[in-house]
Write a protein that binds this ligand. Structure first.
Ligand SMILES: Nc1ncnc2c1ncn2[C@@H]1O[C@H](COP(=O)(O)OP(=O)(O)OP(=O)(O)O)[C@@H](O)[C@H]1O
Length: 484
């Protein structure tokens, strides 16, 4: 599969069987999404053949692939907020519900609800779609694929936007589908998912097939090595900071957000990385958004370097050198139609005298981030829409770092990022923290939360329920206990 001069897949051969779960693994940009999109006919392959049950398989588009029994759940969030939940689930199939020239809405609602029930969704078809969180939105997409009655279903990093509970539920759905004889392939950067449910592994690197192995014959260290092409030495996380005297940067006292989170008391010092863990909606994200000028406060006080800090807008927060990496990269982090360069310099546009944009400096800034974060792109002028998911995520981080922030607010910073790149990002964040950056991070990845943070704060029902210092060496179970 080629996109102009760029070869996303180079002579890859693979096979998929009913009742089998295959994990597709590889670095960001290795070609995993492309392989799934080719098989589901979302894009038309440049060359090569495919067969289904021994017969030529060449659907002209995604709809034809679905008719043949092949469905895909996309990596990026992909629902239409102007439509209801039921319409989103049955999208593209409304015609099947025509009766006397009209849509039979009660039947459509009933059938959409029964798909949601099949996957144990915790919301109903008549709920308001705008009120759903990212995990629930992803569930709609899984339901949409299932509603086509697929024989093969491909999940492209479907757990990247899910919390632990939702991911565990999706893993159960996959097991259930497998037991019904459905063939499954999924992409994941989470080793516990890969080793937890796959029967076989397919490893891709730079668009080429590295090989395929029964999962039980593989170790996670060896797999990481196959993916990144080198041995991962020294572990994923750089050593934590010494307890050097820190200057208080942010101080929150009795803060209550407009969404009802709080009252929260929190202190963030220069040079430290504070991680917030908690169930979705329990407060961590709201704390970040208050500091980022996205959400207002109803009570309490925030100080930045001792001065009252009450950003009226995200723009005001960025102007105070408070950078924010939001949870939804394509919805809030980047403008996909814009180039890598335009996105990296979106928050702080270098300008020359008389308000003229300084193009040379923009190029320099974006090249710096492309190098620093290892962003795989055809060049700074390439549109972000041509990047793989993990590389888009790095662009959002690059946009934050390009502003040389004093405070960095991270909402799940390594969603969809491969293991080698994660190690690199953690190294960069730690280095900046050592130079004085104050980092406040919300993460649903407990391994990341405990591995990177100097201090872990747990939120529950809009309040801080517990705080763990790095010297206390909390384990996952202890932290989870305070979330419930
Ligand atoms: N529409 C496109 N135009 C140009 N290049 C593209 C396009 N889609 C994908 N590519 C390129 O193809 C390569 C493979 O991308 P793909 O999305 O398949 O990677 P991936 O393995 O799924 O990565 P990730 O783990 O980050 O999601 C990348 O270099 C990407 O930039």
């Amino acid at each position: 599969m080629s996109f102009g001069a760029s070869h996303a897949l180079r002579g890859v051969s693979a096979d998929f069987h009913s009742g089998e779960v295959v994990a597709l693994v590889g670095e960001n940009g290795a070609g995993k999404s492309t392989l799934l999109k080719v098989m589901a006919s979302v894009i038309r392959r440049t060359s090569g053949q495919a067969t289904l049950d021994g017969k030529p398989y060449a659907p002209q588009n995604q709809r034809e692939a679905e008719k043949a029994g092949v469905a895909l759940v996309f990596q990026e969030l992909n629902v239409n907020y102007c439509l209801s939940i039921a319409e989103n689930i049955m999208l593209g199939r409304l015609r099947d519900y025509r009766r006397f020239g009209l849509i039979d809405w009660p039947r459509l609602q009933r059938e959409a609800q029964s798909v949601l029930d099949r996957i144990g969704a915790d919301f109903k078809v008549d709920d308001e779609i705008e009120k759903l969180d990212l995990g629930q939105v992803k569930t709609i997409e899984v339901a949409r694929a299932l509603a086509t009655n697929p024989r093969f279903i491909f999940f492209d990093e479907s757990t990247a936007f899910l919390n632990r509970r939702e991911s565990a539920r999706l893993m159960n759905v996959i097991r259930e589908l497998k037991s019904q004889g459905i063939g499954i392939a999924f992409v994941s950067h989470h080793m516990h998912e890969v080793f937890g449910i796959s029967d076989r592994l397919i490893v891709l690197k730079d668009g080429a097939l590295v090989g395929s192995w029964p999962t039980e014959q593989m170790t996670s260290d060896h797999l990481a090595e196959l993916m990144v092409g080198r041995e991962m030495v020294g572990g994923l996380f750089p050593p934590k900071a010494e307890d050097a005297a820190r200057k208080t940067r942010i101080e929150m006292k009795g803060v209550v957000s407009s969404s009802g989170v709080g009252p929260v008391d929190l202190v963030l010092g220069s040079g430290e990385i504070v991680g917030i863990g908690g169930l979705k909606g329990s407060g961590g994200e709201a704390i970040l958004e208050v500091l980022a000028g996205v959400e207002k406060i109803d009570a309490g006080e925030i100080r930045l370097d001792g001065e009252i800090y009450r950003p009226a807008s995200p723009r005001a927060a960025w102007a105070s050198k408070v950078a924010h990496l939001p949870g939804d990269r394509t919805g809030e982090g980047v403008i996909t139609e814009f180039s890598v360069l335009e996105n990296i310099t979106l928050a702080e546009r270098p300008s020359r005298a008389a308000g003229m944009v300084d193009h040379a400096r923009m190029t320099e800034l974006s090249n710096e981030q492309i190098r620093l974060l290892g962003i795989k792109t055809a060049g700074p002028e390439a549109p972000v829409s041509s990047l793989s998911g993990g590389n888009m995520q790095k662009v959002v981080l690059g946009k934050c770092l390009a502003t040389a922030p004093g405070i960095l607010l991270l909402n799940n910073p390594t969603r969809g990022v491969d293991i080698g790149a994660k190690a690199e990002i953690y190294r960069v964040i730690r280095k900046l923290a050592n130079e004085g950056l104050a980092v406040l991070m919300v993460s649903e990845d407990l391994h990341e939360l405990l591995g990177l943070s100097d201090r872990v704060i747990v939120t529950r029902n809009g309040q801080l329920s517990q705080s763990f210092d790095r010297n206390a060496h909390p384990n996952e179970e202890e932290v989870v206990k305070w979330m419930m």
